[in-house]
Design a protein around this ligand. Sequence first.
Ligand code: AGP
Length: 608
Amino acid sequence: MCGIVGFSGTREAAPVLIDGLKRLEYRGYDSAGIAVADGERINVAKVKGYVRNLSEMTHDGADIKGFLGVGHTRWATHGAPNDINAHPHMSSDGRFAVVHNGIIENYAQLREELTAKGVKFVSDTDTEVVAHLLEEYYQGDAKKAVMRTAARLEGSYSLGVVCLDGTGRLFAMREQSPLILGVGVGENYFASDVAALVPHTKNVIYLDDGEFAEITPEEITVYDVRGIPVNKPISRIAWDVEAAEKGGYEHFMLKEIMEQPACFKATVEPRIKDGRIEFESFSLSDEELFGIDRIIITACGSAGYAGQVGRYVIEELCRIPVSVELASELRYRNPIINEKTLLIVISQSGETADTIAALKECRARGARTLAIVNVVGSTIAKLADHVIYTWAGPEIAVATTKGYTTQVAVLDMLAIYLADRLGRLEKSRYDELIVALHDMPGKIQRAIDLNRRVKRLAKRLCRHNDIYFIGRNLDYAVSMEGSLKLKEISYIFAEAYAAGELKHGTIALVEQGSLVVTLACYEPLLEKTMSNIEEVKARGAEVLAVVLEDNRQIVKMADEFILVPRTEPLFTPIAQIVPLQLFAYYVAKERGCDIDKPKNLAKSVTVE
Ligand code: AGP
């Protein structure tokens, strides 16, 4: 959830660190700080709030001198978001500065132990114990102190450490929390994700759990948990620096919405060869495939909602039972899983703690595992038996858009691929679906072209305080994502309900002033949905209908409408979610919300 960055070179570190923090700020924005070593001491600047506050306070880093340092942008877990709890944290002797992402689970016990030895704590964070442990274990050898400290820590962490021991060294450690090393020329780096590294280098090393690195301007040495050097491959980042910048848009979210036709294309087209779907890294033998008797999709938030769409499509085409489970629940449920279960985990970041834990749990019980992930080299990508990457490029806005649509695209392709291999899809239908996939970027673009109309609607409807999203079948699956988008960035109470379920309780809340966004693109159940529109209208609600472009019937019933381009029905969710993303965006904008950095949220949820 927090972002960490480190630099060791022969130029001023502070501006590099602050620029890196700006690029990582979507991971958390409760406070920001840097610690830079100038040879004699470690200089620290930290402040509550955004990285821009830190930038102003230090004159873009010009006030903090030194060639070696670490930086941090925080999503608070232990201790309120304030200047004191902001990272970096220092050892009492000033020799070590530490930045941390994750949670030290045994911090209370360590704190008690250190306090009994006379250590004075200044913050409420779990991280501060690390700085004091380093001091405790330092006997002239920083590497040994790092190893002994790591051996005492339980929980998840990526840690960056500046050590002032005459030579001036940087250490980076990883345990169940993302950390990537950047290999430069005459300077080296580390960061929580590649967004902070791309302006400097495209050559990276992915650390594995338990490994740590010693970083100087000239070299990076990676060690295993016993301190033995490990040979690590250098990988190339495929993203350009522009991909992680706003490119003239007011917000990353809007930019990312607009990128969806291209992202869909990048995810789908390379996997269709001569009219056939081929995945580069998903290969089950016939025996394995025919042995699968159920599919479980697990994920969190929007990734789970992408899974909800996938469930309908996979069941429809493959006739295999599919359930969608919240990762945070599945892992603790003593789930009934065996080698006949195909577990599909979905994650944009590939670092979501609950999803990782569910994946591990189900793997241990024998499930075959497939991950749908956007970030190359992420933990989930490494842990699963098979990976299908979504090629959405870096997603910076906390509210996912292109991440979600590319996940749904992969699920659609997977459903077609599996159904075909299982012999459950007629050749003519297969070909029809492939043509429809090729058509989708154009359809998504037409959905984006609804921009101006949706903006006007948002202006008119943005003052509603309770908004219900209803739909049936695929419409219901999309309504979950539509309502999440709206609530997370506009802070309006918004919930999704299966349209038929409303009358079993929730309709009691519907009244004059309620807005009911009715998704009505799933044609086999349109008449039922129309009855539900009548029911909420009778209670005084205003209705915004999201319907296929040639459906005049519902348009007449609704107060407002959005016309979605007609697509292959199974793929309509991808076109349908776009105006809902835009609606959330413009409502949030009307209400003056900080769209890319919604309150209380962070992009990558690496804690439970
Ligand atoms: C989406 O807009 C959310 N911010 C959130 O629900 C997100 O989808 C969820 O935390 C899962 O993240 P992941 O895809 O990186 O695993």
